[in-house]
Design a protein around this ligand. Structure first.
Ligand SMILES: [Fe+2]
Ligand SMILES: [Fe+2]
Length: 327
């Protein structure tokens, strides 16, 4: 009997990566492919150096996009995380490309974290990516705007987490907080604010219809679960736990889990509460149509006392040309 024909062929799957994300003279643990006549061909095997000449040749041939085998996804992700600082500070890379690489790297990382928050060095990796995001946002308004342009409008917990982190850091900076420790602790709390949702079943998270009272009681536990997951982790400052526990608190005492007033909320929580509500309203969920920026801000202002007034006003300034007078 011919066994070869009986063997199942497994087809290699690929994913696209930015040319700008591959650093010259760095060691790659994965093969690179390019598209030629609608087919992917091996361009550089992992044992060959990626030199400046290689890069220039690709640019001359208008190749912007490379491919890697999907099974190398994790090696690529680690590689990018290691090099993200250099990429973001490279004057030869366009602002929107940097934003794209940072956004993809952060969302892929948070996706890993939500499936297993304390696995390996996941938490340390988040603290590194937050530091890069802080550096990037501190480069100026243009950097923030290019990140804003590419934020996903589809709602997934991992894209939402990255959006909330971006908004929170930019909002704090706009408020005048330029201290590195402040921005990093806040950014970490914002990026991981919904990490407690990793304990909730997908069925509830993605449910299209209204949650039953029992399901809602489960969802309301995610702030406390987030703290339980991260408490005692070396890379998480204690202050970063405040926005994780308090981001659903509202100044009018209608929030959860503890019905706090504004004064009782940490400043990190006041910031993250605004970023979180805004992103939740303006992204498209399975059960909810996204509302426009202007309408979302209007709704937030109408909830008198729910958010810290000055922070909300500065958030409006940050989000663009909409004048406060119109709201
Ligand atoms: Fe939440
Ligand atoms: Fe959230």
């Amino acid at each position: 009997m011919h066994t070869a024909t009986a063997q199942k062929r497994t087809e290699t799957k690929f994913m696209a990566v930015h040319l700008d994300s591959i650093r010259v003279d760095s060691v790659l643990d994965f093969n690179l492919y390019i598209e030629v006549n609608k087919r992917l061909v091996l361009y550089r095997s992992s044992n060959l150096a990626f030199t400046d000449r290689t890069r220039q040749k690709l640019i001359e041939n208008n190749v912007e996009r490379l491919y890697i085998e999907s099974s190398d996804r994790h090696d690529y992700q680690r590689y990018i995380e290691k090099n993200i600082g250099r990429i973001l500070n490279d004057p030869e890379i366009m602002q929107d490309k940097k934003a794209g690489i940072l956004y993809d790297t952060s969302t892929n990382l948070v996706r890993d974290i939500l499936s297993n928050p304390t696995f390996g060095d996941n938490i340390q990796r988040s603290s590194d990516i937050v530091a890069s995001t802080v550096d990037y946002i501190l480069q100026g308004r243009e950097a923030f705007l290019s990140l804003m342009k590419i934020t996903s409008f589809d709602y997934y917990t991992y894209t939402h987490s990255v959006n909330v982190c971006t908004f929170s850091i930019a909002l704090a900076q706009q408020l005048g907080y330029n201290d590195d420790q402040f921005l990093n602790e806040l950014g970490m709390g914002a990026l991981l604010h919904d990490v407690g949702k990793s304990r909730i079943s997908e069925r509830i998270i993605n449910k299209r219809s209204t949650l039953t009272p029992i399901e809602f009681e489960i969802v309301k536990k995610h702030p406390k679960w987030g703290v339980e997951i991260l408490e005692g982790q070396d890379s998480v400052a204690e202050a970063s736990l405040y926005p994780i526990l308090q981001h659903h608190e509202r100044g009018d005492r209608r929030g959860y889990p503890n019905g706090l007033s504004l004064d009782e909320m940490h400043v990190y929580s006041q910031i993250v509460a605004i970023a979180d509500s805004f992103d939740a309203m303006t992204t498209q969920r399975v059960y909810q149509k996204a509302v426009e920026t202007y309408s979302a801000l209007k709704i937030m202002f109408s909830l008198k006392g729910a958010y810290e007034d000055k922070i909300l006003r500065v958030f409006v300034e940050l989000m663009g040309p909409t004048g406060l007078d119109d709201i």
